[in-house]
Design a protein around this ligand. Structure first.
Ligand code: C2E
Ligand code: CA
Ligand code: CA
Length: 722
């Protein structure tokens, strides 16, 4: 309203006044007294007339006589009250009894003027009441505006998409908007006066305290940060918020008449960014995880390794990086298809996770390679134990799509700090140690040693060396005797390739066969072995006149070659080797995939008169349906079963028993591989195996030595005949 009480003047007040009296004389004198002022004065003669006028018009002030004949002043006041007429009354009366005055005052009369009055008295009283009236109006208007503006603010604050709040200097909530109910499930009343820390996720509390002080202290800028707040309820589901804090200007609060939040030091807004966060997390999960196994990928592994190295350096601890490569996985993938391979990888990942400690990181490095980070180790014993656990757990068969699949694992271990000081070195050295395991027959673990580093770029070197070896005829064939258990006689030999390396000496096939398969050099190596073995053993047969079976190993890659049947046939013809004494050794994974196609080839070979042996029986796929589909002659029980024979109580010998029983049922020739002791030989003899092969019966050796053995045996039997 602008003007203050001091400037009020009756001369300027443009107001409507009703004067009520039953005596016209009194009304006239009143009019005369107030004439000099800018007042609209209306009159009512008597109480009844007064009531009519009050109902009809609006007055800023009523001058009311009390004693009137028909309706007296008190009744007029009552009438006004009943009809909600709120204008101020000044009672003008000769009556001055205490009763009359208090009765009038009770009706909300503003002032009292006793007749007879002086002009001054009248003017002052009227002026005072009007001024009071004016102030009241001003106040009411102010009140109304304030209510409106508060309503507007409340509306804005409550319809804000953010939680808006104020905190006092002890971090208690002094104000919070309704949004908190929808976003966090709390009633506002539950929160007012409570520490805001109650809402904050435990892990974020220190961070919140830090920013609280920052936000309260800095006069400009405030603070902005992200934290998790927890929803009310048993699950305490966290939601992500972006918080902005500003210091509160308390003088402004007071000036704006904002009550109830005094003592607040911080004003803030919390924006719910949970969905945005979840989207970010999803994207970064995709970027840092392998989609198939949901394990961390290479990038995340390196990240974690880098952190772990820092920590290990600080705490003077060691850590281990393991490089895991599945044995036989490539075979499964090639023969059974990628979808089976993928299912298997997932199962491998889940099984590996069970072996790990909580701080370890297992990642899929690619293909069938996994890396494992073991931070904070006390000794390499810890790493050994975990490696052994992993090997044991992966040795159990996997049930995939109704099949039982076997994979093994080769593990290379590099320790920090002794086997590498940075990420790249540790991974590379663990990888190299893993190759070392593969070369030594797979399924095991090995720590990196400096001596391995000459394996550097060994892949490239190996391929070049293999080509040179072919060029220079460095492949030779060793022969291992096959013994008929019943008589102890050598009834055949298995051809086993050796690489006669000019510097490294005799190299065993485990070191190069897999690689030769990958590069398909095995086709040429295999052809050489075939020609050499057929030529050599034909010569023995000619010399001794003793029929010998020759068993030759063929890898799936060779069987896959479209000229294979023709090649074999022509080599046998050219060397003159007796076809019926030739046996192909095939492993189960050769024909598990595309069985019909391979069966066709095998049938053609068998039609020529050759026999087929299943090599390493029991280590491949457990599905045995091929046994009925293929014309198989011999079953070679893998040496891992034979080697368990001394431990009769652990149940593995039952596998030998079962295989033998089954093979006998199928009328197959049964060979026990890897017989190393007398005890094992006796056991398999008891079971009814036909033949034995192994160090106990004769090691693989160069042709001349085997020929001598055969000749000596013949002398012996000739001697016994004589
Ligand atoms: P395999 O066909 O199972 O051959 C038997 C392996 O067992 C040979 O290893 C032999 O030295 C070893 N062995 C024999 N008796 C015993 C024993 O009593 N105890 C132990 N611990 N081991 C015994 P080798 O010669 O190192 O050959 C390894 C594998 O390489 C062979 O396993 C075969 O799968 C493959 N291989 C060898 N020569 C050829 C070849 O000319 N062509 C193809 N495709 N593969 C070949
Ligand atoms: Ca073999
Ligand atoms: Ca074998």
């Amino acid at each position: 309203m602008g003007h203050s009480s001091q400037s009020f003047s009756l001369k300027e007040a443009d107001v409507a006044i009703l004067a009520v009296d039953d005596e016209p004389r009194m009304l006239d004198s009143l009019l005369a007294c107030l004439k000099p002022y800018r007042l609209n004065i209306d009159t009512a003669l008597g109480g009844a007339r007064a009531c009519e006028k009050l109902l009809a018009g609006h007055y800023d002030l009523v001058l009311l006589d009390l004693n009137m004949p028909d309706i007296d002043g008190h009744q007029v006041l009552e009438f006004a009250a009943e009809h909600g007429l709120r204008c101020p009354f000044i009672v003008v009366s000769g009556e001055s009894s205490f009763d009359a005055v208090t009765k009038a005052l009770r009706h909300g009369v503003s002032d009292y003027l006793k007749k007879p009055y002086s002009v001054d008295e009248l003017v002052t009283t009227v002026s005072n009441v009007l001024q009071q009236q004016l102030l009241q109006k001003e106040h009411n208007l102010m009140q109304l505006r304030l209510q409106q503006s508060e309503g507007l603010h409340r509306y804005i604050v409550n319809s804000s998409p953010d939680i808006i709040f104020m905190l006092d200097k002890r971090g208690r909530i002094t104000f919070i908007n309704e949004k908190v109910e929808a976003l966090l499930g709390y009633k506002r009343s539950e929160l007012i006066g409570r520490p805001c820390l109650n809402l904050i996720d435990h892990e974020d509390r220190n961070k919140a305290i830090y920013y609280y002080h920052k936000g309260a202290a800095e006069s400009q800028g405030g603070a902005n940060f992200e934290i998790c707040l927890r929803r009310k309820g048993p699950s305490h589901l966290p939601r992500h918020f972006d918080i902005t804090l500003f210091p509160v200007d308390n003088s402004q609060l007071v000036a704006d008449h904002i009550s109830g939040v005094s003592g607040s030091v911080i004003y803030g807004a919390a924006r719910d960014i949970t969905e945005q966060k979840e989207a970010e997390e999803f994207i970064s999960f995709q970027a840092y995880h392998d989609t198939l196994t949901r394990l961390p990928n290479r990038a995340l592994f390196k990240d974690r390794l880098s952190l772990a190295i820092n920590q290990a350096t600080r705490n003077k601890q060691m850590l281990a990086v393991m490089f895991l490569d599945l044995d036989r996985f490539k075979n499964i993938n090639d023969t059974l298809g990628h979808s089976i391979g993928d299912l298997l990888l997932e199962k491998v990942a889940r099984r590996l996770e069970l072996v790990l400690r909580s701080g370890d990181t297992l990642s899929r490095f690619g293909g069938d390679e996994f890396t494992l980070l073991l931070p904070a180790l006390n000794s390499n014993q810890d790493a050994m134990q975990i490696a052994e656990k992993i090997i044991a757990t992966l040795r159990e068969p996997f049930d995939v799509d109704g099949m039982q699949l076997f994979v093994g694992v080769s593990i290379g271990i590099a320790l920090y700090p002794e086997s590498g000081s940075n990420i790249e070195q540790l991974i590379k050295n663990a990888d190299q140690a893993m190759y070392h395991v593969k070369e030594r027959g797979k399924d095991g673990y090995c720590f990196y040693a400096a001596s391995m580093s000459d394996d550097l770029s060994r892949q490239v070197k190996l391929e070049r060396d293999l080509r040179v070896a072919l060029e220079a005829n460095q492949f030779v064939v060793y022969y291992q005797p096959l013994i008929e258990i019943a008589t102890g006689a050598i009834v055949g030999v298995e051809a086993l390739v050796r690489w006669q390396h000019p510097e490294r000496g005799v190299i065993c096939p485990v070191e190069f066969i897999t690689f030769a398969e990958e590069t398909r050099l095995i086709n040429e190596i295999g052809r050489r072995v075939l020609v050499a073995a057929c030529t050599e053993v034909k010569r023995w047969i000619d010399i001794t006149g003793h029929k010998l079976r020759l068993a030759v190993n063929f890898s799936p890659v060779q069987m896959d070659d479209q000229d294979f049947v023709d090649l074999l046939h022509s080599v046998l013809q050219e060397t003159g080797f007796p076809v019926e004494m030739f046996e192909l050794e095939l492993t189960e994974n050769t024909f598990i995939h595309n069985l019909d196609h391979i069966a066709g080839k095998i049938e053609r070979l068998v039609d020529h008169g050759m026999t087929v042996a299943i090599d390493d029986f029991g280590t491949g796929y457990s599905s045995l349906n091929y046994l009925n589909k293929l014309p198989i002659h011999t079953l070679k029980i893998d040496r891992c079963f034979i080697q368990q024979i001394p431990n009769l109580e652990d149940g593995s010998s039952c596998v030998v028993n079962a295989i033998t029983a089954m093979a006998k049922g199928l009328h197959l020739n049964i060979v026990a591989e890897g017989v190393e002791t007398r005890e094992q030989l006796d056991y398999v003899r008891e079971l009814g195996c036909n033949e034995a092969q192994g160090f106990y019966c004769g090691r693989p050796q160069p042709g001349e030595a085997v020929l001598d053995l055969i000749a000596a045996q013949q002398q012996l039997s000739l001697g016994s005949l004589a």
